[in-house]
Structure formats: structure tokens, C-alpha cells
Unconditional design. Structure first.
Length: 408
């Protein structure tokens, strides 16, 4: 789907969609709990469908009715199964250790850039602890064997998703385990989300310095919960307000573990003088990588030069997000300079309009839709359907807030 967005200032009321990060974790914990759980506010995004499909293949029984998931936990794990992760890196990396802990022989498949996204930390640590991985640098690949309790060493600077996968899986084993982080830990808030979700289901983790201590033989307990609002999605609307929109945003938990609530703090620091100008910013995004696309938009309208630093991991997301945002904004009259690990963004008063691809990445069209508010001419997005990965009704919500979209 290709669309033309005509410049309009958004206004109205909007509820933050449910957090994808939280929902993945709650669904997995519920599937590992023997008994019946209910998780409310589950989106119908492709990533959620991937996680639900994979958990069902492993032996759970999950039925989605409206936005509520009814989960019967895994009683007898599948002996052999195919887990189609679609394009969801979270689904893939969370479930590799889980499948190994359950003793399932699981073949992982995926699409888009997912087959090329690395699983190196698992290749280095899981085979030392009983797992078998038949991997030739792409998908499909198969895991088997049976994970053992013990000592795990893993890098913390590739993706926190690898650590989350181990944290979810190791309590299922009979004896105690420890995870030692061998490098600087990045994206720490995502680990906090994981430990918080596990705690909701009665499973605990002890965290000392660079080591996680996980007691074996723990049992996930069925729960009835609701998924909180997503700060990474709300960040698009928060940024719209910083750029002059009049949006009332609800559904967010001010006490959330989500690192992306940092967007509220960043905007508070740069907005001044009744929004007649925005201060430039200099932000380390090692803990908040998902904010990078919308931060690029925000920086494009600050008075001066903004910097986004420690961002190299963004090159192995759904697309190379540093390159994608530089190309997209520059094509529309922005001034973004791309470096290996950072972006330099020189503010402009307005964009000129232009045409950009979606880069097969849900966050790129969403970011550019907010940029369109401050464009002199329309912005055309080729492949706007990419938002379905995480926010299927985004364009309907955008139009309900006064956005003017024309399908072309």
C-alpha cells in the first residue's frame, strides 16, 4: 500500500496501544504455567501472531478472542515442531532456549531480514549446556537436545533478547543456574521488563552485578493480567505534541519498566518557550534503540545540531535503521549525517516533502508520518502496510487524529 500524507497538525485523544515487549513475555510465561491464564490487551500485530503460533506449536493452547488471550499452559511439550517466527526477532530469540529447556526438537523459520539476524550468543553458550543446534548461518535451522542447569556466559552488547530467552527458560530446569554477562549490558530496561513479567507469574531471579542467579525447579503460576500501554509506540504521539500537535495520550503506566518512557524525559528537557523552539539534544540510545526513528524526526526540527550515539545495533534490526532514517529524512529536505555508530541531525524549520520507501520496517513509515506534520508539501510512503508488524490500525488512528492520508 502506497500513501500520500498531506501536512496536517494532529489533535484529539489517543490511547497507547498495548506494549509488544510486555505482551511477548507475558504470553510466554503463561504458556509455561500449568493451568489457565488470561492476558488482556493483546494486539493482533504480526509479531503477536508469531509468538502465539509458536507457543501453540510447542504444546500450549492459546486462543485469541478480540484482544484477550486465553492460555492453557504446556502440559506435554511437543517432541518435534516447526516454529514460524515470521519477522519477529523477539519470538525467535526468546523461544530458542525455551524450546531447548522443554526438550523439543524445534525447527525455526522466518522471513524478511530475520533469517540473517544473528544468533551467535546462543551458538557460543547453548551447546556447552546440553543443547544441539544445526545452523548454517540462515533459516531454517533446528535445535534439539535438552538444556542443562549450570553456568552460562553471554555477551550483553549484541541484544538483550538473548538474555531474556535464557532467563525465561532456566527456571524450568531442575537445578540452579547462573548467567554471567561478559561485556557491557545494553538495553537493560528490557531485562527489567522480563524479570518483572516472570515475577508476576511467581518466578524470581537474583541479579548481582554482572550475574543472574536463577533457582531451578521453579513453577510458573497461571495469572490473569492486562498488558500495559507501549511507550515505544506512544513516543510517536509524544513527539507529535513536541512538534505542535494537541494530543491527549492515555493508557501509559508511569511506573513502567519500559526504557522507552525516556521519551517523556527527553522531550521535557528540550521543549521550551511555549514551543516556539526546541533545544537540540545529545542522547545515548544503547538502552532505548527503538526510539531512534522518532528521535531522528524530533532532532530534525530542533534549533541546532542533535546527536544520536551508541546506535550501531540499529543496523541489524528489521532494516538498517540508521541508514533508513538518514535516507528518508534527507529525501524530504532533512539534514542527517550517518556515521558507523551515530547520527548527526541538523535542524530545519520544515521539510520539503518527498517520497520514501518503507524499508520493510514498521517504525520508518510511522516516524515519517509524524515528520509530515512539519512538511511544506506531502510525503509519499511506499509500502505503508509495514506498520502491521506492530501497530495494525496505526493509519486508522492517525486519520482519527486529523491526519490526511490518501492511498495512491
Amino acid at each position: 500500500m502506497d500513501i500520500k500524507i498531506n501536512p496536517r497538525i494532529l489533535s484529539g485523544k489517543v490511547t497507547a496501544p498495548p506494549s509488544k515487549s510486555v505482551a511477548h513475555r507475558l504470553l510466554i510465561c503463561a504458556a509455561l504455567a500449568k493451568g489457565e491464564s488470561v492476558i488482556k490487551r493483546i494486539s493482533s500485530s504480526k509479531d503477536m501472531q508469531a509468538t502465539i503460533g509458536c507457543l501453540n506449536a510447542l504444546g500450549a493452547d492459546i486462543k485469541l478472542k478480540g484482544d484477550t488471550a486465553f492460555i492453557k499452559g504446556i502440559e506435554k511439550p511437543a517432541e518435534e515442531c516447526v516454529l514460524d517466527c515470521c519477522e519477529s526477532g523477539s519470538t525467535l530469540r526468546f523461544l530458542i532456549p525455551v524450546a531447548c529447556a522443554l526438550g523439543a526438537r524445534a525447527t525455526f523459520t522466518g522471513e524478511g531480514r530475520l533469517p540473517n539476524r544473528p544468533i551467535t550468543p546462543f551458538l557460543e553458550t547453548l551447546p556447552k549446556n546440553g543443547a544441539e543446534i544445526e545452523y548454517e548461518n540462515t533459516m531454517p535451522f533446528t535445535v534439539g537436545g535438552k538444556l542443562k542447569s549450570g553456568h552460562y556466559e553471554i555477551r550483553g552488547d549484541v541484544s538483550s533478547q538473548f538474555i531474556t530467552g535464557l532467563l525465561l527458560a532456566l527456571p524450568l530446569l531442575n537445578n540452579d543456574s547462573e548467567i554471567v554477562i561478559t561485556t557491557k549490558l545494553e538495553s537493560r530496561p528490557y531485562i527489567d521488563i522480563t524479570i518483572g513479567a516472570m515475577k508476576e507469574f511467581g518466578v524470581t531471579v537474583e541479579w548481582k552485578d554482572d550475574t543472574f542467579i536463577i533457582k531451578g525447579g521453579q513453577k510458573y503460576q497461571p495469572q490473569e493480567l492486562a498488558v500495559e500501554g507501549d511507550y515505544s509506540q506512544a513516543a510517536f504521539f509524544e513527539t507529535a505534541n513536541a512538534l505542535g500537535a494537541g494530543l491527549e495520550i492515555s493508557g501509559l503506566n508511569v511506573n513502567s519498566y519500559q526504557g522507552d518512557k525516556k521519551i517523556v524525559e527527553i522531550i521535557k528537557e528540550i521543549v521550551y518557550n511555549n514551543r516556539k523552539g526546541l533545544r537540540p539534544f545529545d542522547v545515548d540510545v544503547s538502552d532505548i534503540p527503538d526510539l531512534v526513528p522518532i528521535l531522528c524526526v524530533l532532532g530534525s526540527f530542533c534549533e541546532g545540531t542533535s546527536y544520536i550515539r551508541n546506535a550501531a545495533r540499529l543496523r541489524i534490526k528489521e532494516c538498517d535503521r540508521l541508514h533508513a532514517m538518514a535516507v528518508s529524512l534527507n529525501a524530504c529536505g532533512g539534514r542527517v549525517t550517518e556515521y558507523e555508530d551515530e547520527l548527526k541531525i541538523e535542524g530545519v524549520s520544515a521539510l520539503d516533502g518527498g517520497e520514501v520507501p518503507d524499508f520493510n520496517d514498521h517504525r520508518i513509515p510511522m516516524a515519517m508520518s509524524i515528520a509530515a506534520m512539519r512538511s511544506d508539501r506531502p510525503i509519499i510512503i511506499r509500502g505503508a502496510q509495514a506498520v502491521a508488524k506492530s501497530y495494525p490500525d496505526y493509519w486508522e488512528v492517525y486519520k482519527s487524529l486529523g491526519g490526511m492520508i490518501e492511498e495512491i
